[in-house]
Design a protein around this ligand. Structure first.
Ligand code: UN1
Length: 497
């Protein structure tokens, strides 16, 4: 018997109007169906958008500290359900259990953080240039937000969007990835238990091409936040542009680790292995390039290959596993195609490069950790996002060349430098053109209290996470209020005496 999950619209669990469903499968074992969910269409999005629009009328008036109490309860409940949520993340998305628990933890952190924002949400109070008049700016909600999320952080990324949207007084139509719909449903169940009123949070499952585009075009949905591929991001940005609809998108990355000649090599190798092969390379922040100073290149490569070759591949639920499967068949094909491209471009494959089919792994989509050396900056494997366990190593002469190679891509999410030289670290911090820079730490593992996002084709619009300068700017708009209590007509800029 397969578990059947539903949409959540206007406070009720409902099927798609068409009655159609989609199956979600375990990437570690394609025979295991995690559950079926509605395959929704425009009419389901319409129901959700209407409900969200109606609920906005009262939710916007709930004092933010009261909204914060609901988020605080959500945090406590997420803590309580952490193990079971982690397990479902592991089974449906494939990441290893400790990372799956980290995914849930990121949502817990975000819930507490945004709960606190309920008592801050501050604007400015400034003096007026005229007597008996005051002036202030306040943050107001935008309205109904369409939130479209990916499969690689199936709990964390929805939390980055849903919690700031709700604390600010918006209502939501949430469309999770069709690869991880059960995680999203379990997450929404917890939020309902925390007391989110009906219509405030609506969940609509289905294919991105259908449901995602219906959300973006719906006239009752005032703004969009999207995380996913660059190609889809650009498509959605184009549609939103033509509709004059704000969108923030967080898309690709091609994140470099620079290893200088004076680096702690053991630490750099550990960072490269964790950043390159953690989450099977399926993070936007994954360290898919390592740029190594020629003086330590050969030693680094030898050690990196040794460490990576020891990684244990398998089902993420097994305690010994370090690298899980890749999400689905089409990503599997895409990653293998990139490995082929790398070989044809003349890079040297020194590790992996093949599907991994030992024992039970034959039933899932597993690929060996793969390392290419002699990669040149202009090669496609050095420029394009692969989103799998494939790392390209580039050799450089000095810091200047390293930074140039690091910046020579269309993306700019995160970057890292391993060095003991304080001046080199300062130069890297200044010149690396990415939204996040790590010094002596890998490219993954951003914390929620600071803005997350990047430069160039990595993103568009305000950043995710963080408070001011990040998520709050995305989910609120400014209103400025002047109050004149002089009882007479006063003219700004003109009444100078
Ligand atoms: C992503 O891959 O889209 O910084 C998000 C990190 C995680 C989030 C990654 N906290 O690696």
């Amino acid at each position: 018997m397969k578990n059947k999950y539903l949409n959540y619209i206007n406070g009720k669990w409902v099927k798609a109007r068409s009655g159609k469903t989609l199956d979600s499968i375990n990437p570690a074992n394609h025979d295991e169906i995690i559950g079926s969910v509605p395959s929704s269409s425009e009419e389901d999005v319409d129901d959700a958008a209407r409900a969200a629009n109606e609920a906005f009328k009262s939710w916007r008036l709930v004092p933010p500290p009261r909204r914060g109490e609901i988020l605080f309860r959500a945090a406590e409940l997420l803590k309580k359900h952490k193990e079971s949520l982690g397990e479902i993340v592991c089974r449906e998305m494939g990441k290893v259990l400790p990372e799956a628990l980290g995914d849930v933890q990121e949502a817990i952190d975000m819930a507490y953080y945004m709960a606190g924002e309920g008592r801050r949400l501050s604007g400015e109070t400034v003096p007026s240039e005229l007597p008996d008049k005051d002036a202030k700016s306040v943050r107001v909600p935008v309205g109904v937000f369409g939130l479209i999320t990916p499969w690689n952080f199936p709990i964390a990324i929805p939390s980055w969007k849903i919690f700031p949207a709700l604390i600010a007084g918006n209502t939501v139509v949430f469309k999770p990835s069709s690869d991880t719909p059960v995680c999203a449903t379990k997450f929404v169940e917890v939020l309902i238990e925390a007391g989110i009123p009906k219509g405030v949070l609506n969940l609509v499952h289905g294919e991105g091409s259908r449901v995602g585009s219906a959300i973006v075009k719906h006239p009752d949905i005032q703004a969009i936040s999207f995380t996913g591929s660059s190609a889809t991001g650009i498509q959605l940005e184009t549609v939103c542009g033509s509709l004059h609809k704000p969108i923030s998108s967080e898309t690709g990355g091609k994140n470099p680790i620079i290893v200088m000649e004076d680096a702690d090599l053991n630490l750099a190798v550990e960072g490269a292995v964790w950043g390159g092969f953690g989450t099977t390379g399926q993070r936007c922040t994954a360290a898919s390039r390592v740029i190594v100073h020629q003086a330590v290149h050969d030693r680094f490569v030898k050690q990196f290959k040794e460490e990576a070759s020891r990684l244990r591949i398998g089902d993420g639920l097994k305690k010994t596993t370090q690298v899980g499967p890749v999400i689905n068949r089409s990503q599997y094909e895409k990653i293998l195609a990139y490995i082929d491209i790398g070989k044809k471009e003349g890079a040297e494959l020194i590790l992996g490069g093949k599907p991994y089919r030992k024992g039970e792994c034959a039933r899932g989509s597993f690929i060996e950790p793969t390392i290419f050396i002699k990669v040149k900056p202009e090669m496609r494997i050095a420029r394009e996002e692969i989103f799998g366990p494939v790392v390209s190593v580039l050799k450089v002469k000095n810091l200047e060349e390293a930074i140039q190679a690091a910046n020579q891509v269309d993306y700019g999410l995160s970057s890292a430098i391993y060095t003991r030289n304080v001046n080199d670290s300062a130069i890297a911090e200044r010149d690396l053109d990415t939204g996040i820079v790590y010094i002596n730490a890998s490219t993954i593992g951003a914390e929620i209290q600071l803005p997350f996002g990047g430069t160039k084709k990595t993103g568009f619009g305000p950043r995710e996470a963080g408070g001011r300068g990040g998520a709050l700017d995305n989910y609120t708009k400014w209103k400025v209020i002047y109050r004149d209590f002089s009882g007479k007509l006063q003219k700004a800029q003109i009444d100078k005496e």
